[in-house]
Design a protein around this ligand. Structure first.
Ligand code: HEM
Length: 440
């Protein structure tokens, strides 16, 4: 049974928030870091209480640590050694393997995210601007009273207009799919995978193989923890809109092309497999239908949803491709940063995009596999292409849109995004936060 009173709320509840702020923190000493963790441990949202009392529980803080952070707090050598290599090395060191090369190289990352003194992140979600400010003021006051913990950088995330649905800067509706975890009492929507075993996302539980992977030591530190892969991606909205205009004559055709790149219609999120010719708003908003499809049986050749589209790469919905069901899933959290670029406005060069945390139990098997193989390996499905949104596009890769009688090929896809930051964090359970605070 999931220990909901010990798991941080972040991966189990979708914060009902419109505003967020990430803080990237550094400790001068073990002592200052431990005091800070100790002070915040009781303010961190706990899954059980947030799930049961979402309206009154305002503890929307999440706390996670880099490998250097655990080291700085004084976690001993044997314990540090027992953490997985991907986490120990950090994302920047593995950028080449991930395919984050060229303009996506860590040299171009922002917010001091590759600073070896990055030790922790605080993720704050709030339902109002006032509530966010109240939490920030409390945190600032605590930092003043307890010197030795410094903010390296912050990132503000805000919902984009129109506010009646969640979408990113290109205009795609988001937050439609998320894995359901066994033991939460939630029935997956029709067509979705069966609930995932808890061990796919939380340490100390059986995973899809029916066994419990070895835990980093000591168990007090690792049990009920997860790993978070952080990615900040700038979105080149002007370039994306120009691309749609250059490759499609009418507005309807531009919408159609945008849907082909994603696999879902922009405004409603309706899946192309179920409505291949025209957006269907009702279907997109119907939770019983908007995931009720697969690719292998319903659209094997990709005539509806191109094999290279983002959602078809990120969730292949085909056991033959993913080997064991539910082994490549991540829980996506995060949102958009930077100003909205109104439709029709010229590109203003502003920094805008998404900043997301991918939650999983095994960074390498889950997050890194998605990015390095399904997004960036041109061998994926023998297409010779990369993910149109998150693949590193240097202008040499095409996008094939299967079509009868002749497929359409868009030559030399431009880059619609650039990676502007990335790091790996460990998200401990509540008892583990107290364990870290009490280290000697
Ligand atoms: C700017 C870059 C990105 C954009 C515009 C984008 C957009 C989207 C959209 C609109 C969806 C469909 C909504 C849904 O099914 O809930 C989606 C799904 C998804 N994205 Fe992204 N995304 C981006 C980056 C990423 C990154 C960095 C990852 C991490 C590996 C990722 C992984 C996924 C996954 C796993 C899904 C769910 C697919 C499914 O279950 O059908 N995306 N994305």
């Amino acid at each position: 049974m999931l220990e909901l009173d010990d798991i941080q709320h972040y991966l189990l509840c979708r914060p009902r928030a419109i505003i967020a702020q990430y803080f990237f923190m550094s400790f001068d000493s073990a002592d200052s870091g431990r005091k800070w963790v100790g002070a915040l441990a009781d303010k961190v949202g706990v899954a059980k209480s947030v799930l049961e009392a979402a309206e009154t529980d305002l503890r929307w803080i999440t706390l996670a640590f880099t490998y250097n952070g655990l080291k700085k707090l004084g976690v001993d050598e044997a314990s540090l050694e027992s953490f997985p290599d991907a986490y120990k090395q950090g994302m920047a060191a593995r950028a080449r393997m991930l395919g984050f090369t060229d303009y996506n190289h860590p040299d171009n990352w922002e917010d001091k995210i590759t600073d070896p003194n990055l030790h922790a992140t605080v993720i704050l979600f709030a339902r109002t601007q006032e509530e966010k400010q109240r939490c920030i003021d409390l945190h600032d006051q605590w930092l003043k009273e307890n010197p030795g913990v410094n903010t390296l950088s912050t990132l503000v995330l805000e919902a984009l207009p129109p506010y009646d649905y969640v979408h990113e800067h290109f205009g795609y509706r988001d937050r439609i799919t998320t894995p359901v975890i066994e033991g939460m009492g939630i029935t997956p929507s029709p067509g979705s995978m069966p609930p995932s075993k808890a061990g796919e996302f939380f340490l100390g539980y059986n995973d899809e193989t029916g066994t419990m992977p070895a835990l980093p030591q000591p168990v007090e530190l690792s049990k009920n923890g997860s790993f978070l892969a952080y990615v900040k991606m700038k979105e080149h909205v002007g370039a994306f809109r120009d691309f749609l205009k250059a490759n499609a004559a009418t507005e309807d055709e531009q919408e159609f092309l945008a849907a082909k790149l994603m696999g879902r219609w922009r405004k409603s999120g309706a899946p192309l497999v179920l409505c291949p010719e025209k957006d269907d708003h009702e279907l997109g908003w119907d939770e019983k239908r908007n995931n009720n499809f697969d690719f292998a049986n319903m659209d094997p050749k990709g005539y509806a949803c191109p094999v290279g589209s983002h959602i078809r790469r990120m969730n292949v919905r085909d056991n033959k491709v993913s080997q064991i069901m539910n082994r490549r899933l991540i829980i996506r959290r995060g949102g958009t940063y930077g100003p909205h670029l109104p439709e029709g406005a010229p590109e203003d060069g502003a920094n805008r995009g998404i900043a997301v945390f991918a939650g999983c139990a095994d960074i390498s098997r889950q997050f890194e596999f998605l990015v390095s193989v399904w997004a960036n390996d041109p061998e994926f499905a023998e297409l010779g292409e990369r993910d149109p949104f998150i693949g590193t596009q240097d202008g040499t890769f095409n996008m094939t849109i299967p079509k009868r009688p002749l497929k359409k090929t868009i030559k030399g896809l431009p880059a619609f995004t650039s990676v502007k930051g990335g790091a790996y964090f460990f998200l401990p359970g509540i008892k583990a936060l107290h364990y870290l605070a009490s280290l000697k």
